[in-house]
Design a protein around this ligand. Structure first.
Ligand code: MF3
Ligand code: CO
Length: 232
């Protein structure tokens, strides 16, 4: 459900769209499918989706901002279905990317998510996931955000453990069959430092460089990691 609705939101991005129109679609399409939008009301968060543009990293609140050509739009969506949560995010340009390097940022961030997922095997450790993401991102000259991390997923959106996008191979929690995680690299073109805005939610890069975000919910079993929020 999360994958389906996220795809609808991605396809809806166009010049002139207000970010709150994405929230209307998200809320309607989740409920229409029998799900519950889990972001709404979470610690007082006022919407069903997060829309973060350009130097906004995550947790942008949809509102009257107009999406313009060349904007990098990060969309993060969560829903609960039959008591279990799915959480996923993607970044997409409105129209053409503003530069070759901006396009590379998005490609590297998405690829780093798959590096992290590949590392999430039974017998590996949490640090292997973070290290896989970080190594790939930094090899391309970008930086990974430290202050926000991925997380366990289950009946609640945020469960233990925390899943950093940086780390040391071989360190941290041993990954066992049955563990569900949201892996969500947030990658900046400049420095990794971020700050939270006056609305108490919107996270931006401190140097106002561009930022991208991709997330999947995965389930780890003996056959390896299964992506639960992939478009099938
Ligand atoms: N994917 C984000 C996270 O895991 C979305 C939560 S935002 C909130 O933190 F709106 F729910 F707070
Ligand atoms: Co998440």
């Amino acid at each position: 459900m999360v994958a389906e609705v996220l795809l609808l939101l991605k396809e809806a991005v166009k010049p002139g769209l207000l970010t709150r129109e994405l929230d209307v679609i998200a809320d309607r399409e989740i409920r229409r499918r029998g799900g519950v939008p889990v972001f709404k009301g979470y610690n007082g968060y006022p919407a069903s989706v997060c829309v973060s543009i350009n130097d906004q990293v995550v947790h942008g609140i949809p509102g009257n901002r107009v999406i313009r050509p060349g904007d990098l739009v990060s969309i993060d969506l969560g829903a609960s279905v039959e008591g279990f949560v799915g959480d996923a995010a993607l970044s997409v340009f409105c129209g053409d990317p503003p530069s070759e390097r901006a396009l590379e940022l998005v490609r590297v961030t998405e690829a780093s998510l798959y590096k992290g997922i590949e590392a999430a095997k039974v017998g590996a450790r949490l640090g292997d996931i973070g290290a896989a993401v970080q190594t790939y991102v930094e090899a391309h000259g970008f930086s990974v955000v430290r202050d926000f991390v991925g997380h366990g997923v289950g009946r609640q959106m945020h469960e233990d453990p925390q899943v950093p996008n940086y780390g040391t191979p071989g360190r941290g929690l041993l990954l066992k069959p049955g563990l569900a995680l949201a892996i969500e690299p947030m990658v900046n073109m400049g420095g990794y430092e971020v700050e939270v805005g006056a609305d108490g939610w919107t996270v931006t890069t401190r140097d106002h460089s561009l930022s991208a975000h991709f997330e999947h919910t995965i389930f780890i079993d003996d056959d390896g990691p299964e992506i639960l929020t992939a478009i099938s």
